[in-house]
Design a protein. Structure first.
Length: 280
């Protein structure tokens, strides 16, 4: 059985850890409120953007345009949105697992990593990381999403990648965060076209060149803000669970300490009584 000194030392150590997890939970709660507001305010716009662009592509005649037919490349570009920090439960590991279970051949996958934890996770699994944009996820800005989107479109049009996906964590609510893999390019045009006519000027080709970069940037930015909200929600849950676990361990150590203390007192009394009897 551990000595009273060892039990006390361990209890103090866990109490110090508990103070850290409590502080991190409070910080994550504050950040979550802001991130959640950003995600909820932006979600409707990006969902409508996705629907509108796909509706346009379903109604215009672009023939064998690469945005619809693809470019023949077997390479698959995946923008993986993770965090730069850990202590968020399975938040980052779930994105790595999502890509692993996607059915894509590992050798054909090109990772555009947003978040250092994604870089580390995919590197361990042997995936090719073609670019890293970790700074973008700290404070997501639409300009960052537009820059990344332009880089991806350039690689796509040059035939370096044949499909583009984004893997991120969708924010449902404080306790529900769902990893998602969304296809960006080439466009899915199975959506039923509306009956109303659509006129694009100056031409369909020029209009598409202007719209697609905005579409890609919008999808990426929407993924960024939802991922940040999910990250803080996951970290808040993880720190809450860690705080509760620490409390249970502390209570158990308090019980062991009291038992050890009682045992020491009993032993001391026994020795005193035995000594008194020996003298008498």
């Amino acid at each position: 059985m551990a000595s009273m000194r060892e039990i006390k030392r361990r209890r103090n150590s866990i109490q110090s850890t508990q103070q850290i997890t409590k502080a991190m939970k409070l910080v994550s709660t504050v950040k979550l409120q802001r991130a959640r507001a950003n995600a909820e305010s932006a979600k409707a716009y990006f969902q409508y953007m996705y629907k509108t662009i796909h509706s346009i592509f379903a109604k215009v005649e672009l023939g064998n345009h690469p945005y619809i037919q693809g470019n023949g490349s077997k390479k698959i570009g995946i923008v993986t949105v993770t965090s730069n920090r850990g202590l968020a439960g399975g938040y980052n590991a779930n994105i790595v697992r999502l890509v692993e279970k996607s059915g894509f051949v590992k050798e054909d996958v090109c990772i555009y990593a947003v978040g250092r934890k994604g870089v580390e996770g995919f590197a361990r699994k042997g995936y090719e990381i073609v670019a890293e944009y970790s700074d973008m996820i700290d404070e997501p800005q639409f300009t960052d999403a537009r820059h990344l989107g332009n880089e991806i479109i350039k690689d796509y049009m040059q035939g370096e990648i044949g499909e583009v996906y984004v893997a991120y964590t969708e924010f449902k609510n404080t306790v529900s965060h769902i990893p998602k893999l969304v296809k960006i390019l080439p466009m899915e045009t199975e959506m039923e076209a509306e009956s109303s006519p659509m006129i694009l000027e100056p031409s369909e080709e020029e209009a598409i060149k202007l719209l697609v970069p905005k579409y890609v940037a919008s999808i990426l930015y929407g993924a960024f803000v939802e991922a940040v909200a999910s990250e803080n929600g996951a970290r808040m849950q993880a720190m809450d669970s860690a705080t509760n676990n620490a409390e249970e361990i502390i209570n158990d150590l308090e019980l062991k300490y009291n038992r050890a203390r009682q045992g020491a007192i009993t032993q001391e009394l026994t020795e005193i009584i035995a000594g008194a009897e020996a003298i008498g």
